[in-house]
Design a protein around this ligand. Structure first.
Ligand SMILES: Nc1ncnc2c1ncn2[C@@H]1O[C@H](COP(=O)(O)OP(=O)(O)O)[C@@H](O)[C@H]1O
Ligand SMILES: O=C(CO)[C@@H](O)[C@H](O)COP(=O)(O)O
Length: 514
């Protein structure tokens, strides 16, 4: 308990798909407190699986908003019980899973502004939401609206947004919703997470009237003006001061998306690739200029408003790996690792595609296995299956990153984060497929750490101190896996076959490309 006392710090929060997490980072940028609340395990009453409810149509995927609020209550109470000294928190920021939306009822702002410190947040916010189950990033129930929006604005991107005419006072992203809880008022959406809505003009940083108009009336007033990601959006609400002892001047820095926050936490440099192996697998890059393509997203950069980031998201990430682990490796990651250790790089030419839910990049569903002769086969031995899954997941990332114009250079390094980055055998396959060394940071919670770093940056707001200067003392990433000699030769041929077979599956399922 003593080590939490008297240490001036910033807090970083992450409202991700499966849990709410927090870290405390001191002025020397050491992480000295970490905690989490896992929705499936710690909040059983909400009955989520992987943090979400998949509805009967198989397309609608939601999470209960009050589960997120209650998770915040639990984690704060845990911190209090552990003796955490909230009076030393100078500022906080946070992150949320991207593309999820929260719908506040009229009157919610009055409730937020007058919370009683004697009660928990979830006890007081019960009636504040007009939709109790929030659509999250896995939801694909709005395809018709996306096509309609696409047609209205004449664009070819897969636009996604909700339409409708119910009486929402305010619409938040998961990130700005979480910031609102700390602020005691509606927090604006930041440029970087706002870029994931298909509503923001990423070059001018203003809402696109064409996109807003194509979605719903009066949307602009419900969203509020977007703000730079490093903005201080206000001081912490008196609720947190009175109940937990935060100082009244504790600053709240705009919350952002979990991937942008990870970019900050990993101190990504131009030329590097970040691979996040969380619930989703994502791959992201720092970009000087936006280069919109039909695949992936371009977001405003969360730490440098002049720059951008590119992101590819893969739905069949950790949950797919867990399924195969449970089916073939006795639900044990160490058994799963044994399969990777006992099979050869290149898997003797066997290749697999494992998409139990409709993938985003590319739009394929189902499990498809191919022998070295490119014949589709119905099964592999258990260890071949596990290697085919992991090699396939990383080959897809490399191929689609190259589609975004990315090339591995001699100095390129991969920075890995997220739950599966704890697994060295998985990281070895990543290093081999990309032919690039893989580094990790001390905590796999880079979105939390990045949020705490962004909070420190917020403290320097108005002084023009660049983010890189604020975090220059942060610990350097450590080498976790170097490419095995000969890996490039093995995967060069395999990558070509993977790309060809991916195209073959796409053609079989949706006809030849136009
Ligand atoms: N040793 C491991 N090997 C592979 N995957 C792991 C391991 N430990 C945890 N994971 C995966 O990490 C996932 C959670 O990652 P995390 O980044 O915490 O998710 P999120 O931030 O989306 O809630 C779990 O679903 C689990 O499959
Ligand atoms: O939708 C995306 C990115 O576009 C996902 O990456 C979500 O942001 C969820 O993140 P995790 O909970 O998997 O970290």
């Amino acid at each position: 308990m003593a080590e939490h006392t008297g240490r001036r710090c910033c807090l970083g929060w992450d409202f991700s798909t499966q849990q709410v997490k927090v870290v405390a980072v001191d002025a020397e940028l050491n992480v000295f407190y970490e905690d989490s609340v896992h929705f499936d395990r710690d909040l059983l009453e909400f009955g989520t699986q992987g943090g979400v409810h998949v509805h009967e149509d198989g397309l609608t995927v939601t999470s209960p908003v009050l589960m997120w609020v209650q998770a915040l209550d639990i984690i704060l109470e845990k911190m209090k019980a552990s003796g955490f000294d909230f009076s030393q928190v100078l500022a906080l920021s946070g992150a949320g899973q991207q593309h999820g939306s929260v719908y506040w009822k009229s009157g919610a702002s009055q409730v937020l502004a007058s919370l009683s410190p004697d009660l928990l947040l979830h006890e007081q916010l019960q009636a504040c939401f007009s939709i109790s189950d929030c659509p999250v990033w896995m939801d694909s129930s709005t395809t018709a609206q996306c096509r309609q929006l696409e047609a209205t604005v004449g664009g070819a991107q897969a636009l996604s947004c909700l339409t409708g005419s119910r009486a929402y006072e305010r619409i938040s992203l998961v990130s700005s919703f979480a910031a609102s809880l700390f602020l005691g008022s509606h927090s604006p959406i930041d440029y970087s997470d706002g870029s994931g809505m298909n509503l923001l003009r990423i070059q001018d940083k203003i809402w696109s009237q064409a996109c807003l108009g194509a979605c719903a009336p009066h949307l602009e007033e419900k969203l509020g003006l977007p703000v730079p990601s490093c903005s201080v959006v206000g001081a912490i609400s008196s609720y947190f001061v009175q109940r937990y002892g935060f100082p009244p001047g504790c600053k709240v820095v705009a919350f952002t998306g979990d991937n942008p926050a990870s970019l900050a936490g990993m101190r990504l440099e131009e030329g590097d690739i970040a691979v996040s192996l969380g619930t989703s697998d994502t791959l992201f890059l720092w970009l000087q200029e936006p280069t919109p393509t039909l695949e992936g997203h371009i977001f405003c950069n969360p730490v440098d408003p002049q720059h951008y980031m590119a992101l590819l998201c893969f739905k069949n990430g950790s949950l797919m790996r867990e399924k195969i682990r449970d089916e073939l490796a006795s639900s044990s990651w160490s058994e799963f690792s044994k399969a990777l250790q006992s099979t050869e790089m290149g898997n003797s030419g066997n290749l697999g595609f494992y998409f139990d839910v409709m993938e985003i990049t590319p739009e394929i569903i189902g499990r498809h296995r191919f022998s070295a002769e490119n014949h589709e086969v119905s099964a592999f031995p258990w260890d071949v299956e596990i290697r085919a899954l992991i090699e396939g997941q990383f080959m897809a990332k490399k191929i689609h990153a190259e589609g975004l114009g990315y090339r591995v250079m001699p100095k390129t390094k991969i920075l890995a984060t997220g739950g599966a980055s704890h697994n060295r055998d998985i990281l070895q396959v990543l290093a081999d497929v990309f032919g690039t060394p893989v580094y990790v940071t001390d905590t796999a919670n880079s979105a939390c750490v990045g949020s705490a770093y962004r909070a420190f940056h917020g403290l320097a707001a108005g002084t023009d101190v660049p983010f890189s200067e604020v975090v220059k003392l942060a610990p350097n990433p450590r080498l976790a896996a170097a490419p095995t000699p000969g890996a490039s030769q093995v995967y060069e041929a395999l990558l070509q076959r993977y790309a060809m077979l991916e195209q073959r599956i796409l053609t079989q399922t949706r006809g030849p490309p136009e």
